[in-house]
Write a protein that binds this ligand. Structure first.
Ligand SMILES: [Zn+2]
Length: 291
């Protein structure tokens, strides 16, 4: 199985080099260094029709305008930075596109790269001040730390774990829908992992809270970066153990069982209810169950 969409960036993250100030200075001055500009609306892409690629530009073209320069890593062409921008300057043939829209139009590696850069850009935009003392923070370690000059606190990029699980009972699966989703869309249940909770406990609690159903034997399948703004989706299959599904909180407007026949029809686009798109880990969980 290939990685999920938004995973699979094919570059060396060079994490050991983030603290090497001399090496970083050389890369910032190196004419072969490139940057992926990331505007408030999303990362820059170059598109021909519906097919797009990440728009990498010479670092020197964007360095002066960037609010942050973040070392993403190195590949065979040299160092690659994300350049976060507060505006939307023109670059030759490139324009920003939301990560959600970009996901349908780029290849695996570019999807991973765009998600990686967007996740870091989101974190910098939302964490400009020290959570400990309120002072403005400064970027350090090539964009992977924000340091507080007043109290000395070091803040690291944040990732929020979310469990997403398909509850299965032989030839039927449990799915729910949120009112804000496109008409007819149903998907696997999901929710944030809480402090002091294991993933398997979070799976059981979220299913109970959203549907009143009890599960057993949650088994991990795969994961997906989901930087909207900072989630990591952790996919599980879980076995039904009891209870009748019904909505309990305001999060879902409906939750119910679907038969294998219903899901197969929806997977072929021949049903009034719709599955999540192929870019979503929820769809992979459903396809794994169908197969
Ligand atoms: Zn501080």
């Amino acid at each position: 199985m290939p990685p999920n969409t938004f995973a699979g960036a094919s570059l060396d993250r060079a994490s050991a080099m983030r603290t090497d100030e001399a090496w970083l200075s050389e890369r910032l001055a190196d004419p072969t260094s490139r940057a992926l500009p990331v505007a408030p609306d999303g990362p820059y892409l170059r598109c021909e029709g519906d097919e797009c690629t990440a728009a990498l530009v010479p670092l020197s073209d964007v360095a002066d305008e960037a609010t942050e320069l973040i070392l993403l890593g190195v590949d065979s062409h040299g160092a690659l930075f994300a350049a976060t921008l507060d505006s939307t300057p023109a670059f030759d043939g490139a324009a920003p596109l939301s990560l959600r829209d970009a996901a349908f139009r780029v290849g695996q590696s570019d999807g991973g790269l765009l998600a990686y850069a967007t996740a870091l850009a989101n974190w910098h935009r939302r964490h400009r001040f020290c959570a400990n003392c309120g002072n403005a923070t400064q970027t350090a370690e090539a964009g992977f730390v924000r340091a507080c000059p007043r109290c000395g606190a070091l803040h690291h990029p944040r990732t929020d774990p979310v469990v997403i699980m398909l509850v299965e009972d032989g030839d039927r699966v449990l799915m729910g829908r949120q009112a804000a989703w496109p008409e007819g869309r149903y998907s696997a249940l999901a929710g944030f992992v809480e402090p002091g909770e294991s993933l398997e406990e979070a799976v059981a609690r979220e299913v109970r809270e959203e549907s009143g159903v009890e599960i057993e034997q949650p088994s991990y399948s795969s994961s997906q970066p989901w930087p909207f703004p900072a989630s990591l989706m952790l996919g599980f299959h879980a076995t039904y153990a009891g209870g009748e599904p019904h909505t309990l909180d305001s999060e879902l407007e409906d939750v119910r069982w679907f038969t294998r026949e219903e899901v197969e029809l929806a997977a072929r686009g021949e049903s009034g209810f719709h599955l999540p798109p192929p870019i979503a880990i929820a769809r992979r969980l459903i396809d794994e169950w169908l197969n």
